[in-house]
Write a protein that binds this ligand. Structure first.
Ligand code: NAI
Length: 697
């Protein structure tokens, strides 16, 4: 018998307990154990009721991640669910912790559900490109109706036990003594001679077919444009639950699950899932001692500094915020105040929390006040001189062993570290705007950064609920360097005949929420202009330079904030293409003697994506990124790369490395250095391997 499941008897009640730490995942050993005990229970006529429960911190929280994407060794979950449901005695699910995915489907197959008040339950499979495959699409609508079931399955968000009780998903939520309550329910059911109550036979959720048909239809319309292959299949399955016999619905669910699981989107989403976890594994963690962080200082209360302060306050840290003058400080604090007021209005936090957070914030114009903090995150202007000045002051006032982090976007951290007496305590924390919302945190490791400082950064990222990615020192680290290549590939096309709107539309068509020129307009065209001006002196004159962005900025058009950029803003029907920009583009083409040509959507996508993947490969080659999947994580969490595509390196794998390399080679005559394929392509192709083979465990 499997050790992951046990069977005990409490009077005439069989108690089946799953014990597969840490989250009681439904691994093969658990499934086999359940299967074997169900067989025993079926044969034992002394058993009058069954309780299904789990040891440890949670009812099963889903499938075993090691089995994702692989055919499951029998017994499969849906057969176990069917067998539970067919038992001749009442079966009660005793739910605590987080009953998710297959775990929740097990509970749905039980005849009764009783949950701890603090439990949460739901079906998050949608996020992995699949759908519930253990009967969830058929049983859930039978309990709560089509609209609610679709909300839960497509939304993928778990519900709390009280909400589940209100919905009729569970029979009861209890405040304490869950097991006693489950046992009492079992005895009560026995006393009343209650038999099984199979969910498949219940119509509570589906008594009004016409209503549910229209709900399904509404959902289909709402998601008509979704690029996700699993969404229409989920809707079909729930529709089947409304219209067809249970078995037919289950067969449909099985087929839909298999089709999705073996498809490219699920592969990409699984990749994203594992890539995020892998990114947190960096060599510096080995043998490192974490430095204690109790109090954080933030220098600069501008766009980034105020957002970083909020992220730290939200994680429970007291924050000392330093600005150069009182006005700057007031402006920063008022941004933070407004953020929390908005959060209260939207019901995200309560008034007490708002007050607590603001009480933890200490604003000052004195660097001296940073003497007792354990970490400072510097977010002053992107200017080497200014940052050096700040670091020199920090070096004077901060206690030994405290960490000095810079939020620079591009500057050389090694050069900065070498200007102070403790370069080993210097690290880059590259946040993304808005810093309290965006998930990505690039942790930039300098040549002298101590491993304890790196390890502490990764631990802190977790507390700040960020997704950390390790980056070496390079212009733009990982994310911005790939971004620069993306933009350059787009700019070349602009010069050669494509319009900003065409390029934006093509990239939206690929799955980006917005295209590259829309992003530029949002971020402010002056920001990248300032950088280009800074780099002008060192630019290789042989390099092809697209000056369209400069010409636009020279007009004083900086994008959304000035009402004009690549698009014109403020009109009633939303942003429209800026015709004057099209004129500027035409002039630039004429000046370079370029005869414009048309670009197809496919070519725009291929050029942009192959440029990104090639830059990602170079970063791996240079050791700036530890592995290809780190490039993907950076793009997914910081730059809106569509998650169901898995990131640029996954895109290259799925598209075929040979095809990507051939595309790069075919563009190479236009700009030899830029389009030169990274040698990693040839190496992988020669050995029949992929970028994913370089990711390690
Ligand atoms: P910002 O201009 O909004 O804010 C900078 C703030 O620093 C200003 O409030 C200024 O008064 C203050 N400051 C300047 N010198 C100071 C000093 N000596 N002591 C105290 N405060 C001082 O700039 P932003 O956008 O917040 O950028 C800050 C840093 O973050 C830059 O290095 C930037 O490259 C980087 N960054 C910016 C991102 C963005 O999207 N804006 C994204 C990621 C990084």
């Amino acid at each position: 018998m499997s050790l992951a499941v046990s069977l005990e008897f409490e009077n005439s009640v069989a108690v089946v307990t799953i014990n597969n730490p840490p989250v009681n995942a439904l691994s093969h050993s658990v499934r086999q154990g359940l299967w074997d005990y169900l067989e025993q229970i079926e044969r034992n006529s002394d058993i009058k009721a069954v309780i299904l429960r789990a040891e440890g911190r949670t009812f099963p929280a889903g499938a075993d991640v090691r089995e994702f994407g692989r055919p499951r060794t029998p017994p499969i979950l849906s057969k176990i669910c069917d067998r539970i449901e067919a038992l001749p005695t009442p079966v009660i699910a005793e739910i605590h912790g987080t009953a998710l995915g297959g775990g929740f489907e097990l509970a749905l197959a039980c005849h009764y559900r009783i949950a701890d008040q603090t439990a949460r339950m739901g079906l998050p499979e949608v996020g992995l490109g699949v759908l519930p495959g253990g009967g969830g699409t058929q049983r859930l609508p039978r309990l709560v109706g089509a609209a609610q079931a679709l909300d839960m399955i497509i939304g993928g968000k778990p519900v709390s036990a009280p909400a589940a009780e209100a919905l009729g998903l569970i029979d009861r939520a209890v405040k304490k003594n869950l097991h006693q309550a489950a046992l009492a329910s079992a005895l009560n059911l026995i006393d009343h001679g209650a038999g099984p109550r199979p969910t498949r036979d219940r119509v509570d959720g589906l008594s009004n077919v016409a209503k549910y048909n229209s709900e399904v239809a509404a959902m289909r319309t709402r998601h008509a444009k979704s690029p996700l292959a699993n969404i229409p299949r989920i809707i079909n399955c729930v529709e089947a639950a409304v219209l067809l016999p249970f078995e037919a619905g289950i067969a449909m669910e099985r087929q839909a699950f298999d089709e999705c699981e073996t498809g490219p989107q699920a592969e990409a989403l699984r990749h994203a899932f594992f890539a995020e976890r892998r990114a947190a594994k960096v060599p510096e963690l080995k043998g490192a001692e974490l430095r204690e962080i109790h109090r954080i200082g933030v220098v600069g209360a501008g766009t980034m500094g105020s957002g970083i302060a909020i992220a730290c306050l939200d994680a429970g840290f007291p924050v000392t915020l330093v600005e150069r003058n009182v006005e700057g400080l007031q402006a920063g604090i008022s941004k933070i105040e407004k953020n929390y007021e908005r959060s209260v209005k939207k019901g995200r936090i309560d008034e007490t929390t708002r007050q607590n957070r603001m009480e933890q914030l200490n604003g000052t114009t004195e660097m001296q006040d940073l003497g007792q903090v354990d970490l400072v995150i510097e977010a002053v202007f992107e200017d080497e001189e200014v940052k050096r000045g700040v670091f020199a002051q920090l070096d004077q006032v901060m206690r030994p062993g405290a960490i000095l982090a810079t939020n620079t976007s591009y500057l050389d951290i090694n050069a900065l570290a070498d200007t102070i007496s403790r370069p080993e305590d210097v690290v880059g924390y590259h946040f993304f705007s808005p810093a309290h919302i965006m998930k990505l945190l690039e942790i930039v490791v300098g040549a002298k950064t101590h491993k304890d400082v790196v390890a502490t950064g990764f631990a802190l990222a977790k507390k700040l609920r960020k997704v950390p990615v390790r980056a070496g020192v390079a212009d733009g680290f990982i994310g911005n360097r790939v971004l620069a290549s993306y933009r350059l590939a787009a700019d070349f096309m602009l010069e050669e005949g494509a319009s900003p709107a065409e390029i934006d539309a093509a990239m939206r068509d690929f799955g980006f929420p917005v295209g590259p020129y829309q992003v530029l307009d949002m971020a402010g065209l002056d920001i990248s202009w300032a950088r280009r001006k800074r780099l002008a002196e060192t630019r290789d004159p042989k390099e092809r330079y697209v000056a369209i962005g400069d010409r636009i900025c020279e007009q004083g058009w900086f994008g959304q904030k000035t009402g004009r950029g690549y698009y014109i803003y403020g009109g009633e029907s939303g942003p429209v293409e800026n015709p004057d920009v099209l004129t500027i583009i035409a002039q630039e083409r004429a000046a370079k003697d370029i005869t414009p040509r048309a670009f197809s959507v496919e070519e725009i996508q291929m050029r942009c994506l192959s440029a990104m993947a090639n830059e990602g490969a170079r970063l791996v080659e240079e050791g700036v990124a530890l592995r290809p999947s780190d490039v993907d994580v950076a793009k997914l969490y910081g730059y809106g790369f569509p998650r169901h595509r898995g990131g640029p390196m996954m895109w290259a794998d799925q598209n075929g490395l040979l095809a990507v390399e051939n595309a790069l080679k075919s563009y190479q005559p236009e700009e030899p250095e830029f389009w030169k394929p990274s040698p990693i392509f040839a190496e992988l192709i020669k050995n029949g391997r992929h970028f994913s083979d370089l990711n390690g465990a």
